[in-house]
Design a protein around this ligand. Structure first.
Ligand code: C5P
Length: 293
């Protein structure tokens, strides 16, 4: 007999755009990007288990503000996968989301939750669907869903859906900081002054903390100036990370979350404590990014 399907918890990591160049715009208004993204051990958590009827609940520090109904991306993911699987195979499930990532903050939280839901439900329902199939469903929910399904260092092109893994990319010590200001992604894209920037420069042959930091100095997040203009707290966040000794600082995605890069996890942890002390209301997390396979 098959063992009874049990509850299992899935990590929905934060997505951090270490570099993000806006290289064009499609006829439908979506922007063409060239971005290097990594995913962190810190993130939301989704507990998924069989249930009498579908349930969705949210806990955690950022639970307030998470939509509980069909507007939630994890719920949309459940419905999209159920349509694909058929109702017979896709039995009722309880999804409990622990929301540790700030909302609308440039770290892909909602997309990562939906990606974790797709991975978790495909496993629970024992679906015969590969990663490409999940990515196709994911893309109907958001441009960065496919990269959140991978959750390993990668280059994303197209609208963020054409993915190339980065073999040999190491884990990096990061501090994530958000000043408590939500920023609207469409507003940031609308405020761009130019959309025809050059592609990312080639990566160094040898990938370590120093070569990656030097490479990052030659790249940008093209969304940063627009986000800073809309939400000046982004600039303060970058300053706080610099002051705490980050070797490199930048905003992630469309903001307002910024990251600092540190040489070791211990230095990152000390910096996080310092920033928390100075800015008690801010979200601050010391974490490591996941290395390539
Ligand atoms: O795909 P998603 O719903 O996450 O995107 C949110 C919004 O961000 C889009 O409606 C669009 O305004 C903007 N966007 C964009 N180009 C991208 C990704 C997002 O213009 N590549």
């Amino acid at each position: 007999m098959e063992p009874e399907a049990k509850s299992r918890t899935w990590l929905a990591p934060a997505k951090i755009n270490l570099a993000l160049h806006v290289t064009g715009r499609r006829a439908d208004g979506y922007h063409l990007l060239d971005s290097l993204a990594v995913f962190t051990r810190f993130g939301d958590r989704l507990q998924i288990e069989p249930a009498e009827r579908d349930e969705f609940s949210v806990s955690g520090p950022f639970a307030a503000g998470v939509p509980l109904d069909g507007d939630n991306l994890a719920v949309k993911a459940r419905e999209a996968l159920r349509r694909e699987a058929g109702a017979r195979q896709a039995s009722s499930v309880a999804i409990r989301l622990e929301k540790n990532l700030p909302i609308a903050s440039g770290v892909g939280g909602g997309s990562s939750d939906a990606a974790a839901a797709l991975n978790g439900l495909a496993h629970l329902w024992k679906l015969d669907i590969d990663q490409a199939g999940l990515a196709r469903i994911g893309l109907t929910l958001g441009a960065d869903l496919p990269m959140c399904l991978k959750a390993k260092p990668l280059i994303a092109r197209g609208i963020g859906d054409e993915l190339s893994p980065l073999p040999g990319f190491p884990a990096l010590a990061l501090v994530l900081v958000n000043p408590g200001a939500a920023v609207s992604t469409p507003d940031v894209f609308k405020a761009l002054s130019r959309r025809d920037n050059e592609a990312l420069p080639p990566l160094p042959g040898r990938l370590d903390f120093h070569t990656i930091r030097n490479w990052l100095e030659t790249t940008r997040n093209d969304l940063e100036p627009a986000a800073c203009a809309i939400q000046p707290a982004v600039g303060e966040t970058l300053k706080a990370l610099k002051k705490a000794g980050a070797a490199f600082t930048r905003m992630s995605g469309s903001g307002a979350t910024c990251f600092g890069l540190f040489e070791t996890g211990n230095v990152a942890k000390r910096a996080a404590i310092e920033i928390r002390g100075r800015h008690p209301g801010w979200f601050v997390a010391a974490t490591r990014s996941m290395e390539a396979d």
